[in-house]
Design a binder for this molecule. Structure first.
Ligand code: GRF
Length: 186
């Protein structure tokens, strides 16, 4: 069975969507590792609930990005990780991870890339006044939200309630991530 590692920094609703799909057999894979760069992030509780090993690190305790990425990549090598899913991981992936897992790392972003890169994509698109929002899953490279696109889904919305919009986008994310991971591990 294929093994996934999921990297997250916060809430972890995408983590949970993937973990639930694996547990329920909707994805033929196992979530073998949750990587988190923030002690206390809610994703840690979710991972514990699913019995998934959690690797938590504090980047400030390391001399460089390469140092903590080496630790993470070593653990992934030991577990035999096949695919790395970034899901709200708020860091640029560096050379150490890209060198060892390049081509096997994907990210989910809450906009129709290349529009609205960065950490506030939903707010930025909403402020801009767009009428078709969306979600993108792409391969990860050295650029911010810039790697080759794998899949996208549009979320049309013309209302004025950003919380309602966010809920719609997150729902679309969860569906698209499950479908896309299924295709990638085939
Ligand atoms: C999602 O909107 C994802 O697209 C973005 O960060 C958010 C993470 O949400 N990269 P969650 O932690 O999975 O709930």
């Amino acid at each position: 069975m294929k093994k996934l590692a999921i990297f997250a920094s916060g809430n972890g609703s995408n983590f949970e969507a993937l973990a639930a799909a694996c547990t329920e057999g909707r994805i033929d894979a196992e979530v073998a590792l949750c990587v988190c760069d923030k002690a206390g992030a809610y994703v840690i509780e979710r991972a514990t609930k699913y019995g998934v090993e959690v690797l938590v690190f504090n980047p400030k305790e390391y001399g460089s990005k390469a140092e903590y990425e080496r630790l993470v990549a070593d653990r992934m090598d030991t577990l035999g990780i096949d695919l790395v899913c970034l899901a709200g991981y708020m860091r640029i992936v560096g050379d150490e991870l890209l060198g060892r897992y390049g081509g096997k790392i994907v990210n989910i972003h809450p906009s129709l890339l290349p529009a609205f890169v960065g950490a506030h994509a939903i707010q930025d698109a909403f402020d801009y006044g767009v009428k078709v929002f969306g979600v993108t899953i792409h391969y990860v490279d050295q650029t911010l939200d810039g790697g080759k696109i794998i899949s996208q889904v549009a979320v049309p919305y013309e209302g004025g309630d950003i919380e309602e919009l966010e809920a719609m986008i997150h729902k679309a994310e969860h569906r698209l991530y499950v479908d896309t991971v299924n295709k990638l591990i085939e």
